[in-house]
Ligand binder design. Structure first.
Ligand code: B12
Ligand code: SF4
Length: 475
């Protein structure tokens, strides 16, 4: 094991440990809302917040909704008079959040109940209106606002930036949060209260069941994205891209490998490669660790080069998720994607040639989309498949066929409340609550609403046809 792997936690400036006693120290319960089953990811956001809160002297417990029933939650709540209960969850967790928030209020009438993450960020005021037991929503990243909230818990919440909150009969929107400019000043996520070992035992697919399961960890090397595509959560966030330094990220990787025996990492960044030189530095440092690690990332089609892909493969990268989203120029323009169909093809091919699996997607039925736009998806995917069949190497031929099949599941355009797409199509959509209920626990491979120009039966038929085509591709 390299000696640097023994490195201690990076010194943190945000949430530096303070001696809090008596009334200043808060008991906090953070609840993770399950969004899909089987669970693939432990809640990284909660681990980050736990580290920040503990660093400031507060006491944090975690309840993981993937593994505990609501009856168990109720028992936990009866065992301790938490000052603050915070629920974390993305836009598909409304139904769960509504249920647990009601339970918390019933058992702990005096606790402050707050929500954070994608749902609270997307529709903070709606959520407060829909769930009367909820006291406040944290909008966007919360390291700074959550500490301010603890400081002002018993006095004036109008001084806490980054929250939307209930003030008697009014819903008040405070000034936006202050972002953490230098991510290297944050403490490393605290995984101890999360019991991540449970996640290592859950097969992600039938192929994995019963075989040696990967011990998967998660790491975020950067926040924000280069773009603000209008169906994406990023279309509602103000702050651009911030990156961590290579040594700071590696301290986290070291901890995962050494302390938790992790052998596979999902880098959670929206776009892993943003600055070629910085990514290269990181990859070289990772290679020098000589860990037996495989890992995957998400990337944009316009941010790959053959040289970078070769280095990534050498460093253990096995898969890149590409949100190609469409092969129609008109649809890509409408999405504000700033990529091209040809660029998508090049990225896919370069990835296969580097021996990395491109995990690509398309979205059907974007607003105002027509059958011709979908025909472009068919055409380009057929073209990629034909290119794959012409490859000399049997290994790469097979990799390409697996990747083409991997366009399944084919997604439908899904206007998540809060996004620019939702704002643009709002007059054609059900109410925010109806949408949140429709989306609860569901994925984008189901058609919830049709915002295209095609009749619903035509859209469904095109979706079935594309799925059928992908299913017959032989690896
Ligand atoms: C891992 C992941 C998942 C995991 C679950 C993640 C989770 N935490 O619940 C899984 C694989 C289940 C998943 C699924 C989906 N995901 Co996802 N996923 C991510 C990913 C890559 C990383 C999340 C993460 O850990 N971020 C890092 C942490 C630090 O950030 P954070 O979670 O936002 O937490 C911060 C704040 O939000 C806040 N906060 C969070 N929780 C709380 C709680 C409290 C009490 C407080 C005060 C603050 C707070 O503080 C944290 C620190 O600043 C993000 C992209 C990204 N890079 O964020 C997308 C993302 C969260 N996913 C997204 C989407 C759209 C989906 C899907 C709906 C897509 C689909 N295919 O249909 C599915 C859901 C399917 C289903 N059936 O429900 C969107 C969220 C949109 C939204 N408005 O919620 C994101 C942002 C991607 C994007 N750019 O659009 N996803
Ligand atoms: S490139 Fe991807 S993550 Fe970035 S804004 Fe567009 S869809 Fe969202």
């Amino acid at each position: 094991m390299p000696t640097h792997s023994k490195r201690r936690r990076a010194p943190s400036k945000v949430g530096r440990r303070r001696a809090l006693s008596g009334s200043g120290r808060r008991d906090v319960l953070l609840i993770y809302s399950p969004s899909a089953y089987p669970p693939r990811n432990y809640c990284y956001g909660i681990a980050v917040l736990a580290a920040v809160l503990e660093g400031a002297g507060h006491r944090v417990d975690v309840f993981d909704g993937y593994f505990g029933s609501t009856a168990e939650l109720e028992r936990r709540l009866r065992g301790r008079a938490y000052d603050v209960v915070g629920v974390s969850g993305i836009i598909t967790t409304y139904r769960y959040q509504r249920e647990v928030i009601r339970i918390v209020r019933r058992v702990l009438p005096r606790a402050a109940i707050v929500s954070g993450g994608g749902l609270a960020t997307g529709v903070p005021a709606d959520l407060l209106e829909l769930i009367p037991e909820l006291d406040a929503c944290f909008v966007d990243e919360a390291e700074r606002s959550v500490l301010a909230f603890m400081d002002h818990l018993r006095d004036d919440w109008s001084r806490v930036r980054g929250i939307v909150w209930r003030d008697g009969a009014r819903i008040r929107v405070n000034a936006p949060t202050e972002y953490v400019e230098d991510l290297n000043t944050l403490p490393l996520p605290d995984l101890a209260p999360l019991d991540i070992g449970r996640y290592f035992l859950v097969p992600r697919n039938t192929r994995e069941a019963g075989s040696g399961l990967p011990r998967k960890g998660q790491v975020l090397t950067a926040r924000g994205c280069l773009n603000h595509c209008d169906f994406c959560h990023n279309s509602l966030l103000a702050k651009g891209l911030r990156r961590r330094r290579a040594e700071n990220v590696l301290a986290e990787v070291d901890e995962l490998v050494v302390k938790y025996g992790v052998n596979n990492i999902e880098f959670l960044d929206e776009t892993f490669i943003t600055d070629f030189a910085a990514t290269e530095d990181f990859l070289r440092a990772l290679i020098s660790r000589r860990y037996q690690l495989t890992w995957g990332v998400a990337g944009r089609a316009d941010r790959v080069s053959p040289e970078m892909l070769a280095l990534m493969a050498k460093a253990g990268c096995r898969g890149i998720c590409f949100g190609f989203d469409s092969f129609s120029e008109a649809t890509l323009r409408r999405m504000g994607k700033r990529t091209t169909p040809e660029g998508n093809v090049r990225a896919f091919q370069a990835c296969v040639e580097a021996g990395i699996l491109p995990i690509a997607n398309v979205i059907l039925g974007y607003d105002d989309e027509t059958e011709e736009d979908i025909e472009a998806d068919f055409e380009y995917i057929r073209r990629i498949e034909a290119w794959g069949r012409s490859l000399k190497s049997p290994r790469l031929r097979q990799l390409c066929a697996i990747a083409v099949r991997g366009f399944h599941p084919v997604f439908f355009a899904t206007p998540y409340p809060g996004t620019a797409l939702h704002r643009r199509t709002r007059d054609r959509l059900p109410s925010v609550e109806d949408l949140l209920l429709l989306y609860s626990g569901r994925d984008m491979d189901e058609l919830h609403v049709n915002v295209s120009r095609m009749p619903t039966n035509v859209l469904r038929e095109r979706h079935r046809a594309l799925e059928g085509y992908l299913a017959q591709v032989k690896p």
